[in-house]
Design a protein around this ligand. Structure first.
Ligand SMILES: [Zn+2]
Length: 202
């Protein structure tokens, strides 16, 4: 594999990027100035600096937002209303949080399971979610995963893990209302649709 092919392989790991787009990126970079390439490599190598991952909800947050290992939402007592919204990823969180329609907490799984996934346990870590259910008074866990086969599979698998806990910890599991034509991606869904889907959760 030469250097161009290697970079193509790296780009192919990006969400939504196929072989043809990966190739376009490589040629785009070949065409750009050395300054641009340098700036880009520097930004990539520094991307994790000043960013933390919340130990409770898994979301990435800026170090300036909170000075411990919990993000400002998980450490905010007024958000402890017994409700947790399960989302796939940070952009989904950012989209919903800016709408001001959710007063509870969040739990991000990171990435939905692939249809071919044989070992979900190794891909999704539910430890902090289960801990929260056991230690805090959680009344409701709501799924807001994207409505595509991966999202459905992921929701079914997590539900299976949570169901045995219901008899001891008395909480309900709900999901966004299905009558609404929620876009395939929570990240791009507008406020009216998300709000209606939340109000119609069951
Ligand atoms: Zn958090």
């Amino acid at each position: 594999m030469n250097k161009k092919e290697r970079l193509e392989e790296l780009f192919k790991e990006f969400p939504g990027i196929g072989p043809r787009q990966a190739k376009r990126f490589v040629y785009f970079l070949l065409w750009k100035s050395p300054n641009y390439i340098q700036e880009l490599s520097k930004s990539i190598s520094e991307i994790k600096q000043g960013v933390r991952r919340c130990q409770e909800c898994n979301r990435y947050f800026d170090q300036s937002e909170s000075n411990n290992n919990l993000c400002n939402i998980c450490s905010n007592k007024s958000r402890e209303n017994g409700q947790i919204l399960i989302l796939e990823k940070n952009p989904d969180f950012e989209n919903i949080e800016k709408m001001n329609i959710w007063g509870g907490k969040y739990f991000l799984i990171g990435k939905n399971l692939k249809i071919t996934e044989k070992d979900p346990q190794s891909k999704i870590n539910l430890f902090s979610l289960i801990k929260k259910i056991k230690e805090e008074k959680i009344k409701e866990v709501t799924f807001a995963l994207s409505l595509n086969p991966e999202g459905e599979l992921t929701m079914d698998w997590i539900k299976e893990q949570l169901l045995p806990l219901i008899k001891d910890y008395d909480f309900k599991i709900t999901e966004l209302g299905r009558g609404i034509s929620l876009g395939t991606e929570v990240e791009y869904t507008d406020k009216i649709t998300i709000e209606a889907a939340l109000n119609n959760r069951k």
